[in-house]
Design a protein around this ligand. Structure first.
Ligand SMILES: Nc1ncnc2c1ncn2[C@@H]1O[C@H](COP(=O)(O)OP(=O)(O)O)[C@@H](O)[C@H]1O
Ligand SMILES: [Mg+2]
Length: 139
């Protein structure tokens, strides 16, 4: 297990995913990349001003969440970096996993939109379905 990509959306489940990834690299060595994707908004009925405001708010929220991630990783002697992308989350996760040739992708079972009646969230199910490397889904 050399390179691990952890997908973080600020949810509790993604915190758990990060914790599990930290456990794995601590035990088996390797490095962690934490990826957070700011979703693009496809709602056509939004005005450009509203769209920009929402993206701005999402970006601020994401930066706060990633600052917490950074703080939680700071005291640990593991190789870790944090990256931020914008776009369709599952697509960006899959693209990054491929480009970085990661050995494992770690996602939470659910995210921030928590429709718990489904076994997996929409992003995690798309990642499980389409990834070309192993995926660990953390509950
Ligand atoms: N925007 C995102 N950036 C990075 N990872 C994400 C993003 N959205 C979801 N994920 C990953 O996918 C997991 C499941 O979230 P998701 O499928 O979106 O569930 P939900 O439908 O409950 O929001 C999260 O715990 C996280 O690991
Ligand atoms: Mg979600």
């Amino acid at each position: 297990m050399k390179k691990i990509l952890v997908c973080h959306d600020g949810s509790k489940a993604s915190d758990k995913a990060l914790k599990k990834a930290v456990e794995i690299v601590t035990r088996f060595e390797g490095s962690i990349t934490v990826l957070s994707v700011i979703p693009e908004l496809y709602l056509t009925e939004l005005s450009e001003v509203d769209r920009r405001r929402i993206v701005q708010a999402l970006t601020e929220e994401t930066n706060i969440a990633l600052e917490k991630v950074r703080a939680s990783l700071a005291g640990k002697s593991i190789e870790a970096k944090i990256i931020l992308r914008q776009g369709e989350p599952a697509e960006k996760i899959l693209e990054t996993a491929k480009k970085m040739k990661v050995d494992l992708v770690v996602v939470g079972s659910h995210g921030r939109h928590g429709a718990r009646k489904f076994l997996l969230g929409s992003v995690s199910s798309r990642v499980v379905e389409n990834a070309t490397c192993p995926v660990l889904v953390v509950k």
